[in-house]
Design a binder for this molecule. Sequence first.
Ligand code: NAD
Length: 340
Amino acid sequence: MAHQLTLLPGDGIGPEVTEATLQVIEAAGVDIDWDRHRVIGANAVERGRPALPSDIVDSIQERGTALKGPVTTPVGQGFTSVNVQLRQRLDLYSNVRPATSLEGLDTPFDDVDLIIFRENTEGLYSGIEYYDERLDIADSIARVTKRGAERIIRFCFEYAQAHGREHVTLAHKANILKKTSGLFLDIGRDLAAEYPDIKFEDSIIDNLCMQLVTNPENYDCIVSTNLFGDILSDLTAGLVGGLGVTPGANIGDELAVFEAVHGSAPDIAGQNVANPTAMTRTAAMMLQHIGEDEAAAAIEQSLFAMYRDGDTLTQDVGGDASTSEFADALSDRVASKVEA
Ligand code: NAD
């Protein structure tokens, strides 16, 4: 029976990398009945609809799992990020963003294998902001709740345990933000006692950034609050070849939305040059999530082989292939692997 999933191609490079990814999933032989929603973000607002139309939320709630392309958010004005709204409304509290070195890619490090676990629903993304026009003062509230901190930190430990990972680092700024980061750190220390087989340490965020760009091989699982986690995941993407190759997932207790770390990349949108690797790896994470482990492995192994051979790569990683040429080459590899 076909899997019933939701598809949000998004905007900018979203539709291009989504089409490439659908081609690869099809080559892997997975039968999916997609409920597609193209009207989202600015596209929806232009039609007089909310940036996040309710039929999208309904579809994901009904189907449980979605594959999502990036959606542009206006800077400093306009509608609230659709991406943040979706994570909050569906309570997708764990943002899982792996950064792994790809053999064959020329990057400053070749042995990075870490995962960022970012709290996805509160912190500075709570959306509690004020502007006092009388005094010209702007405030943002970085809300951390005990429940919110506990569930993301526990998710990180549970994931580490289930996947044979040995080391959790909690990133914070509790020396300055004694209440918010302090609460997150206290809860991390308490929970660590429940997982004695996993080495636990904490690190002040600024020091951690320096450590990551000098000795990234020392890190395994890193858990943090929303904004720190977001910044860390772009930083770690940069260690392994950039946003074009880095996948991601938003996971809650019931629902999951799979989306790459990258945004809509307006600078290259519509040019057939975007790298679909991140989205394709994101789809592989999704396939694992829905129990299609073989198809996920076929896609990952084919991708790794393509990078090892330095074959048909896109320009962001030093090649000259277009998005569609990359998709054709990867689909051929996946199809032959699945048939073998
Ligand atoms: P971005 O990730 O879109 O782009 C940053 C840089 O990385 C650009 O130079 C871009 O060309 C490059 N890049 C990104 N993805 C690539 C790919 N697949 N292949 C090749 N190069 C790639 O970040 P930005 O420019 O800060 O944001 C653009 C828009 O995307 C903003 O409106 C932002 O709010 C939105 N955004 C959305 C999401 C999401 O939907 N989850 C995430 C991040 C940013």
